[in-house]
Design a protein around this ligand. Structure first.
Ligand SMILES: NC(=O)c1ccc[n+]([C@@H]2O[C@H](COP(=O)([O-])OP(=O)(O)OC[C@H]3O[C@@H](n4cnc5c(N)ncnc54)[C@H](O)[C@@H]3O)[C@@H](O)[C@H]2O)c1
Length: 278
């Protein structure tokens, strides 16, 4: 990935940290964005051997102007934008530590909580895609990776606003993959496949005593999808826990690919004159 510039949101979190490191180790320059100052400071410290190719910028992805400023700064410093990993999100632990065990009912939610989740998890990913897409389309090379979640989680009872925010992101990814098809910009979804061992699962959760998916599981599929070799691969969804980093990566991609979202439900709109162009 030498010469490529990657932007990773939620960079100070569980997946973010391993992804930033993996991209740096493969030669990319990385702009690490997050809302936590202390998280970014510890990331910078952990990766100080790479600080000529790493920028850590406090950015609330719900704020479009902040996304634009941080992207512009990364493009100026490193010379472009090639890869966007939409990884930042608020989890249900932001509402209550024990929200995985004692689910959060609608009466516990305020409109402010609902709006903030949507603003970060859905609008935030759109904001970042909107600002990064201009340089990607111009150079006819771009990779967008949207980290959503398992379909089970999207539809789970009392797992809102997280579930619907991620379902919206999944639909956005499917639509962007179609819109950018043939432009050199690919859009794919990668999910861990189940609960992963990151701060999104609270330290007090009994799940932490089980074998959770390691954050490193995200690295192999995401890095491969960002490569030149994956230039023709778009509109797909991968479960990282099933991806074998030791196998031939192009074979893993073929073995595990599924379409983004639920296209089988979108085949027959009642539309004057027949199905419209996608
Ligand atoms: N951990 C899991 O079990 C799991 C399962 C399925 C999907 N995911 C998804 O994986 C991604 C990474 O999550 P994680 O498990 O590493 O969680 P995490 O909580 O460790 O990391 C999320 C990061 O996003 C940052 N963030 C939150 N709001 C932000 C904002 N407004 N602007 C910028 N950054 C913001 C947080 O500060 C944090 O560093 C998320 O999209 C999450 O929904 C996680």
């Amino acid at each position: 990935m030498k010469g490529k510039v990657a932007i990773v949101t939620g960079a100070a979190g569980g997946f973010g940290r391993v992804l930033v490191r993996a991209l740096l180790e493969r030669g990319a320059s990385v702009a690490a964005l997050d809302v936590t100052d202390s998280g970014l400071a510890s990331l910078r410290e952990a990766l100080r051997d790479h600080d000529d190719r790493l920028s850590c910028t406090l950015t609330d992805i719900a704020d479009y102007d902040a996304c634009a400023r941080s992207t512009e700064a990364a493009a100026q410093r490193f010379g472009g934008v090639h890869v966007l990993i939409n990884n930042a999100a608020m989890g249900m632990n932001a509402i209550r530590e024990d929200s995985m065990e004692n689910l959060v009912g609608i009466r516990e939610l305020t409109p402010q909580t609902w709006n903030r989740f949507i603003a970060v998890n859905l609008t935030g990913a759109w904001n970042m895609t909107r600002v990064c897409i201009e340089p990607m389309l111009e150079q006819r090379w771009g990779r967008v990776i949207d980290v959503t979640t398992s379909f089970f989680t999207m539809l789970r009872g009392s797992f809102q606003p997280y579930g619907p925010s991620k379902a919206g992101m999944e639909a956005m990814a499917a639509a962007h993959a179609k819109e950018f098809d043939g432009t050199g910009v690919t859009v794919n979804v990668v999910v861990p496949g189940g609960p992963a061992d990151t701060p999104m699962i609270s330290a007090s959760s009994p799940l932490k005593n089980q074998k959770l998916i390691p954050p490193s599981a995200m690295v192999a599929p995401i890095v491969w999808l960002c490569s030149d070799e994956a230039g023709g691969i778009t509109g797909n969804r991968y479960v990282a826990a099933e991806w074998d980093p030791g196998a031939a990566q192009a074979d893993e991609e073929r073995r595990l690919r599924a379409p983004i979202a639920w296209p089988q439900l979108a085949q027959s709109p009642v539309w004057p004159g027949g199905k419209p162009a996608e």
